[in-house]
Design a protein. Structure first.
Length: 608
């Protein structure tokens, strides 16, 4: 007779996992893998999709950025219509990405992990298979590929014991409507279970085979008429190898051409799950460079990942969020109308992603305000906001004061001088905030053509970025050295984070926000998104010189805070500008000083 404990485990095969994590190393047959995960997950359960990209030791993790972006996009696409997918699809880029997933498996209390792996002795996410079998704290399925749809049966090869329930569940999921053959490898004739009892446990099992010896030969004999094999992890253990052969599992894997799954049921009481077989090799402390490279690979997005605006609206509604778009403007009558109509139609009328669009004007002398008002959006002049706080000239002042009137939980700011405006400039910024709860702030990244005379050059814009901002970040804030365009005028963040930040009133606002948000929320709280190409009016060299002067002051102010030095009070705040015109060759003096505004939350405003 079959042992009662084994019968109980067969009955357990009918109880599906509540939390399933699917771990894949590429996008091959992605729909089939998700279908398998769905079959093994309870109808009321949840599926967590995880991609892993293993970068060879000695290679920068940043090399995985493009693969991560494409992988993440593929995972999102296949998960879009699956109600069981619980959270955002994440892609981990690392030299040993499985090492980072195992703690998450425990934290999320995952019941079943399904991992795609190549061969018995190949690493899984940079980790040896035996370590994965020992360390993953839940039921585990290792499968090389999902079988094609076929009426051929699935071969379930087990010895009984703890793996039988999980093995049967996996065999049923792989079989779909096909039947199952149970192949029992017994130690002696006396320990052969009651096969008719197993058959009665599930009508999908139509045939049983029992062998006491020559188990590998028996499995191979059966394999050619089946579409997949499910084997227990015990077949990988050394006792299933003779002095001249490898374990049965490896021997089978090397010969058969059909998919092979290895299952290991979790036994929390088993010593193997608590005591390492060998002392773990000490890992060197992670360098800052590696941390930045990983961030670059995992937190650099592309706007096309968020092109499904309807899906973003669903995420917004599920999280009960409101979203504001703020347009700072100063004499932008040539472009502001197109910016407003483009965003209003695409992201309010076609899809209700935005709850409001607000223009904050900085005393325009052209038709900017009239155009915005004619298009039906609220317009505020920033000197009129928070009058008790006084007013300064500058974009940063407009952004800071905008927080006193914007209502959204998420806030996006984009410049109004963009001539090639497209909805991606907004949904691209909002996508990471809606998909990843840990992200607090998103910077836009784009190609910036440079207009010289009447000629538009494909590259060359962003001169202050490359000559001032990024060199200074690399010198004093190397943890932010992966930020491609720290001075970009397109960015978005969570109100809860932004209202805690001081704002510089002028050109230094982007630099100050980036440094301060990093200090408060760390590198993982920041992301960047590729918005493709941005075409706008390029400032003349003198304007860029003023901008650089202001940005240097912000850097010095923050360096003072970080390193406890005093420099800025002794610095000159006026800049000699060289005027070289046909009728004039002289020096002009400009006072360039960014005022640091306090966090808007400190003002205790009713609207915030």
């Amino acid at each position: 007779m079959i042992a009662p404990t084994n019968l109980a485990r067969i009955d357990d095969a009918r109880s599906e996992a509540q939390r399933v994590m699917l771990v894949l190393e590429d996008e091959t047959d992605l729909s089939a893998w998700v279908r398998l995960a769905t079959a093994l997950c309870a109808s009321s359960g949840e599926i967590h999709l995880r991609g892993v990209i293993t970068i060879p030791e000695g290679t920068s993790l940043s090399e995985g950025a493009t693969r991560a972006r494409n992988f993440r996009e593929a995972l999102d696409q296949v998960a879009r219509d699956l109600p069981l997918v619980h959270d955002e699809a994440l892609v981990t880029v690392d030299h040993h990405p499985m090492d980072r997933l195992i703690p998450e498996i425990s934290t999320r209390q995952i019941d079943l992990v399904i991992v795609r792996w190549v061969a018995p002795d190949m690493l899984v996410g940079g980790v040896p298979v035996d370590d994965v079998l020992r360390r993953v704290p839940c039921d585990l399925v290792l499968l090389n590929r999902v079988p094609e749809e076929s009426s051929a049966p699935v071969l379930l090869s087990l010895r009984g014991g703890p793996n039988i329930g999980l093995g049967l569940r996996v065999a049923k999921a792989l079989a779909e409507q096909a039947t199952i053959t149970v192949f029992h490898a017994a130690d002696t004739a006396q320990t052969i279970p009651n096969l008719s009892g197993i058959m009665r446990a599930d009508p999908q099992i139509t045939r049983t085979v029992t062998l006491i010896s020559q188990v590998a030969r028996g499995i191979l004999h059966e394999a050619h008429t089946h579409k997949a094999i499910v084997m227990g992890a015990t077949f990988r253990q050394p006792q299933f190898a003779t002095s001249t052969t490898s374990p049965i599992f490896s021997k089978i894997f090397e010969v058969v051409t059909i998919p092979v799954a290895m299952v290991r049921a979790y036994q929390p009481e088993a010593e193997a799950f608590h005591v390492p077989r060998r002392a773990p090799k000490a890992k060197p402390a992670e360098t800052l460079s590696v941390r930045v490279d990983r961030w670059f690979a995992e937190n650099t997005f592309h706007s096309r990942e968020f092109v499904d605006v309807a899906a973003l609206v669903a995420l917004k509604e599920r999280q009960n969020l409101t979203i504001s778009l703020c347009l700072p403007a100063l004499n932008e009558e040539g472009t502001v109308g197109n910016v407003i109509t483009t965003m209003k139609k695409a992201l309010m009328e076609d899809f209700p992603l935005l709850d409001e669009i607000v223009l904050i004007d900085s005393q325009s002398t052209d038709q900017t305000v009239a155009i915005a008002e004619s298009l039906g959006i609220p317009v505020y002049k920033h000197p009129d906001l928070l009058p008790e706080m006084g007013s300064y000239v500058g974009k940063g002042e407009a952004l800071w004061k905008s927080l006193s009137v914007l209502k959204g939980d998420l806030i996006a700011w984009i410049d109004t001088d963009i001539t090639n405006i497209h909805p991606r400039f907004v949904y691209g910024l909002l996508g990471p905030l809606l998909k990843r709860q840990a992200i607090q702030y998103v910077k836009g990244v784009y190609q910036r053509p440079l207009t010289i005379g009447d000629t538009l050059h494909a590259v060359g814009g962003g001169r202050v970025t490359e000559l001032v901002a990024r060199p200074l970040l690399n010198l004093f804030y190397p943890e932010l050295s992966g930020i491609i365009q720290p001075l970009s005028g397109e960015y978005a963040g969570r109100r809860s984070a932004l209202q805690q930040m001081p704002f510089f009133s002028g050109y230094g606002v982007e630099t100050g926000l980036l440094i301060d948000l990093h200090e408060r929320f760390g590198l993982e709280g920041i992301a960047q998104v590729d918005l493709e190409e941005r075409i706008h009016y390029n400032q003349p060299l003198m304007g860029l010189s003023k901008m650089s002067f202001a940005i240097h002051q912000v850097f010095i102010a923050r360096i003072e805070q970080r390193y406890g030095v005093e420099l800025l009070d002794r610095a000159n705040r006026s800049m000699k500008l060289i005027i070289h015109e046909p009728e004039r060759f002289a020096l002009d003096v400009a006072e360039i000083r960014d005022v640091e505004r306090p966090p808007i939350a400190n003002l205790n405003l009713v609207s915030v």
